[in-house]
Design a protein around this ligand. Structure first.
Ligand code: GLN
Length: 288
């Protein structure tokens, strides 16, 4: 079969199985099998695909029919235009989280110093801290996760982008393993889905993505409560905390941050107009 036939056939199969963007996914999967850019597939739709590659591609489509996410099939995900290694057990980077990385870059620029210490708490694949350090040479980042697979993958991803000298990954249950360390910016996209909403998530997420990276306790607030209470102790004067938040959570989290001694709270929407990124700074009163 030629490239064009494989793409249209696979799109049809995936459409019949309720995949919402089948052609785009077929392009990603075939470009991964052939090790080429997606644009190559458009320009060479009459080119014959070798039988062994066809077989691998059809195997990928079978997996996708079972709702295994594309990123787990290919082992790759894109975030802030950078490629990240990903595997089952590690949360797949989401487009809305790019707003968090952009906010870090804006804050780092305003710090007016040549060295900005960033903490990416609950780092998963490491995409937030790594992309921030990649785009701003003044940033050094500690990436923290409780899951050893996330720490290993973050380390590999830092190496992939030649950032081993400015990015380190640490296995720690929140701040327990980084006692005494201080940062200029603490960023986090913690688990925030209320436990009773997990059952209603899309099959792709519910069946295959790590529950520990999604479930934020009964009201989704478990991690925000801990972060609001503990982060101040780990921030330098004029430091900031930046958080991704779930739908309808921003006001409650702003309240938690105020009680944790933070001020100057601002909220930014994602591309769908949902309040998504909260930024706050340590107030002038020292936090005990
Ligand atoms: N945004 C993710 C989702 O909706 C959740 C990520 C998180 O809990 N931090 O699947």
């Amino acid at each position: 079969m030629v490239i064009g036939e494989l793409l249209s056939g696979a799109s049809r199969i995936m459409k019949d199985h309720g995949i919402s963007d089948p052609y785009k996914e077929a392009l990603i999967l075939l470009s991964c099998v052939l090790g080429c850019e997606k644009s190559y597939l458009f320009a060479h739709s009459d080119e014959t695909v070798p039988a062994e590659n066809q077989e691998v591609f059809l195997g990928y489509i079978e997996k996708r029919k079972k709702r295994i996410p594309v990123a787990y099939i290919t082992g790759k995900a894109w975030f802030m235009s950078l490629e990240f290694e990903i595997e089952p057990g590690i949360l797949i980077p989401r487009p809305e989280t790019e707003g968090l990385a952009e906010e870090i870059l804006a804050l780092a620029m305003l710090q007016n110093t040549e060295s900005v210490k960033l903490l990416d708490m609950c780092c998963g694949s490491g995409c937030i801290g790594i992309s921030a350090a990649y785009y701003d040479k003044n940033i050094t980042a500690d990436l923290v996760d409780i899951n050893p697979a996330c720490v290993r993958t973050s380390r590999d991803n830092a190496a992939r982008h030649n950032l081993r000298d400015r990015v380190i990954a640490i296995e720690s249950n929140l701040f327990k393993g980084i006692k005494g360390k201080k940062y200029d910016i603490i960023a986090s996209n913690p688990p925030y889905i209320p436990s009773d909403q997990i059952a209603g998530l899309d099959d792709d997420v519910r069946l295959y993505e790590p529950l520990t990276a999604l479930d934020g306790g009964w009201d989704g607030m478990d991690f925000y409560k801990k972060l609001a209470k503990e982060a101040g102790r780990h921030l330098n004067p004029f430091g900031h905390i930046v958080l991704e938040v779930g739908i309808g959570q921003s006001e409650k989290i702003a309240g938690l941050l105020l009680s944790g001694g933070f001020g100057s709270i601002s909220v930014k929407n994602d591309l769908q107009g949902i309040p998504r990124i909260i930024t706050a700074s340590v107030s002038s009163v020292p936090i005990k």
